[in-house]
Ligand binder design. Structure first.
Ligand code: GRF
Length: 226
């Protein structure tokens, strides 16, 4: 008798806007490259284009509009209640543009990932592409990390490096990085879903049982080797 296949990991994805990383995750699931059950996509913005992407894929959506709450704590509590209705094993931040309170982050300790458009710990925060150009960097990229109360500072999991070309604008660089994000994020999520990626009791990321003292490097795809 064959073993029954284990149920895919239930996940909730948080977005604020365009949702191209969300789409990459939806597509990876659809082509059986990623075994997760996307229980819901939740946005803090009612107009987020990513909500349409989720609807088109038949995924449940919800909006927790931050402008309707008196303060960050009230919003975070409402968001947490909304997420927990779906009992996710992993919360995936995919372009979610709100700072989260320490209590919220602690509630999901070890089961919340984020993708950031820079080679962290370099260039946390916003406008990374322009800042990379202004600094004259030749190499840029994207990072996936566990979320902690330290904004863009949680334990690093995996990165892809992307070259900066002469004549790049912030937009051209953003396009090149985003293309790699779409490959990178599903890989990290798959590691987590397979139980290969965890956060230990000391807050260190482990991959296949080994501490990630440095983030794993995933080569760039589509002929853009660094
Ligand atoms: C991506 O660059 C991601 O790294 C950052 O926000 C952007 C979201 O883009 N956190 P999208 O909504 O996934 O298209």
């Amino acid at each position: 008798m064959t073993e029954p296949a284990s149920a895919p990991l239930p996940v909730v994805i948080l977005i604020s806007g365009r949702g191209s990383n969300l789409q990459a995750i939806i597509d990876a699931v659809a082509r059986d490259a990623l075994a997760v059950d996307i229980r819901a996509v939740i946005s803090n913005r009612p107009q987020a284009a990513g909500l349409q992407r989720a609807n088109q894929a038949g995924i449940t959506t919800a909006v927790v509009d931050h402008t309707l709450y008196a303060d960050r704590l009230a919003f975070d509590q409402a968001l947490q209640a909304c997420i927990d209705r779906y009992q996710p094993g992993l919360i995936i931040l995919a372009g979610f543009m709100r700072i989260l309170s320490a209590d919220f982050v602690a509630h999901y300790h070890g089961r919340m990932l984020n993708i950031h458009p820079s080679l962290l710990p370099d260039f946390p925060g916003l406008n990374t592409h322009q800042r990379v150009l202004d600094a004259g960097c030749k190499i840029h990229g994207a990072s996936v990390h566990f979320v902690t109360a330290d904004i863009d500072g949680g334990p690093l999991v995996v990165q892809t490096r992307v070259p900066v070309h002469a004549g790049d604008s912030a937009d051209s660089l953003a396009t090149r990085v985003l293309e790699q994000e779409h490959h990178l994020y599903p890989v990290a999520i798959r590691w987590f879903a397979e139980g290969r990626l965890t956060l230990d009791e000391n807050g260190q990321a482990l991959l296949d049982g080994a501490i990630l003292t440095e983030p794993r490097q995933l080569p760039a795809t589509a002929g853009e080797p660094v």
